[in-house]
Design a protein around this ligand. Structure first.
Ligand code: GLU
Length: 475
């Protein structure tokens, strides 16, 4: 078996969402699994649809996930040029070969005439197939006119590494355009030439190219070259599992996830298991485990549901795996505004309390703001609390008074606070759900907070007593 070479070949026509990155990751993993190369090739042949900045966005997305390419437009490689717009001479050479062998011809129609033919086909409810090779009427190809492939329509049966055996009849093949009048090749032609010249062994791409594959097979034959293996990935489905993931489902770019505080490790783990598993129930894979176990045979055929909850869960897992110092490094830019004036030691303590629950970094302000600022008194938190909603104001004030009295003589170590809080359960004859909820609410005025004794210890004595007094007044 030849040295494995895969490529990711995006068109710089806009922002690349997670589905595109999943394709890149699978191609990368297939290459790395066999100690092969992963190539980045920019398919910039559609100048009309090109969007400024997308090449940069593609590269930054891959870099963020640490998916390094072995050859590419920025670092070069044995194939020299990895941007299709820089390879125009090559396509022209190959196109001329086809002209010479009678397998390509200048399109005899004007744009408007073609439009009419297309309309006609539509009216007759027939697919538009162009098969109009009339050698007597053909102008010479001068490189400035549209060049069409002279097809040889026939049935095909081919093997897809994921989908298995696929078959089509001759009706899907027509004389498609290979070179445009602007001197650029079409995708249909350029990728075939490039995959061949770049010695690609596996084409890893999405299902949208299946319907064109018979045309490609026809072209491979005319060029007398072997085609790489086809590895067609299952579609990424939206959260309902029925429709393809779209921007409407909130499909974002990988860099957006990065900004929200998703870690590359979690994203890789998540994307790798979008349509692949190792045959067991294992869900957590680090990158080396993925490289070792990524087997094409285990790529699913069925669509993979994009479940953001699962991504959050995975990210939470990777956050919990970090040492507190490492996590502290990573969340530097995510603290609430009010934390600015606080010492690192204090912030680290706070972080330690929420590490268990943090799912992504932009959640940090919401989970910690009350450690840095006094949130406004919000009595609805008590009124809506299932344990406290039937309490009278006086009772609450009385309870808080007892709490304050007991905590006044605490050294505010977690141990001492825990002992005192438990004693208070006995002396007040309340359940933890009642007493602890009350203390938790009035010392934070936040919907949720970490374990009570831990939180109070971080607040310290002065702040806690002040919060209790204030609550007594406000209630
Ligand atoms: N340039 C194509 C795209 O971005 C790539 C398809 C392929 O991988 O062959 O959709």
């Amino acid at each position: 078996m030849a040295n494995t070479r895969t490529r990711f070949a995006p068109s710089p026509t806009g922002f690349m969402h997670v589905g595109g990155v999943r394709t890149a990751l699978f191609a990368w993993l297939i290459a790395k699994h066999s100690n092969g190369q992963f190539i980045l090739r920019i398919e910039d042949t559609d100048k009309v649809r090109e969007v400024e900045g997308s090449e940069d966005h593609i590269m930054k997305s891959l870099e963020f996930l640490n998916l390094k390419w072995d050859e590419g437009p920025d670092i070069g490689g044995p194939c020299m040029l990895y941007r299709q717009s820089e390879r125009l001479d090559l396509y022209k050479e190959w196109a001329e070969k086809l002209v010479q062998s009678g397998r390509a011809y200048t399109d005899p129609y004007k744009k408007e005439e073609l439009e009419e033919l297309r309309e006609l086909a539509k009216k007759n409810k027939k697919p538009f197939l162009f098969r109009d090779h009339r050698p007597e009427a053909m102008p010479m190809w001068d490189g400035k006119k549209t060049l069409r492939f002279k097809s040889n329509p026939k049935s095909y049966t081919w093997k897809d590494e994921v989908l298995g055996k696929l078959s089509t009849g001759p009706e899907v093949i027509d004389d498609f355009i290979i070179m445009k009048s602007d001197g650029y090749p079409t995708y249909n032609f350029a990728h075939i030439v490039d995959d061949y010249l770049m010695k690609i062994t596996h084409i890893v791409r999405s299902q949208e190219f299946i319907s064109s594959t018979p045309k490609f097979l026809n072209l491979y034959e005319a060029l007398e070259i072997e085609h790489p293996l086809f590895v067609t990935l299952p579609p990424v489905m939206g959260p309902d599992g029925k429709k393809k993931l779209s921007k409407r489902d909130g499909a974002k770019g990988i860099l957006d996830y990065g900004r929200e505080g998703y870690m590359p490790e979690a994203l890789i783990n998540f994307l790798a298991t979008l349509g692949w598993n190792d045959g067991s129930t294992k869900e957590i894979f680090n990158i080396n485990e993925l490289i070792a176990s990524f087997d094409i045979q285990r790529i699913n055929r069925a669509g993979a549901k994009f479940d953001e909850q699962r991504l959050m869960w995975l990210n939470g897992h990777y956050i919990r795996e970090l040492s507190l110092d490492d996590l502290f490094e990573k969340v530097q830019d995510y603290w609430p505004q009010s934390a600015t004036s606080f010492e690192n030691d204090y912030k680290k303590k706070v972080l330690g309390l929420v590490q268990e629950r943090l799912k992504y970094f932009t959640e940090l302000p919401q989970l910690t703001n009350f450690f840095f600022e006094e949130l406004p008194t919000d009595k609805t938190l008590i009124e809506n609390n299932k344990f406290l909603k039937d309490y009278q104001k006086d009772e609450l004030i009385n309870l808080l008074g007892q709490v304050k009295l007991s905590l006044e003589s605490s050294d505010f170590s977690v141990e001492d606070l825990t002992t005192r809080l438990n004693q208070l359960l006995e002396t007040t004859n309340k359940k933890p759900g009642e007493l602890f909820s009350l203390i938790r609410i009035v010392t934070t005025w936040a919907p949720a907070s970490p374990a009570l004794a831990d939180s109070l210890a971080v607040f310290g004595k002065d702040k806690t007593l002040h919060k209790l007094s204030k609550a007594i007044t406000d209630l």
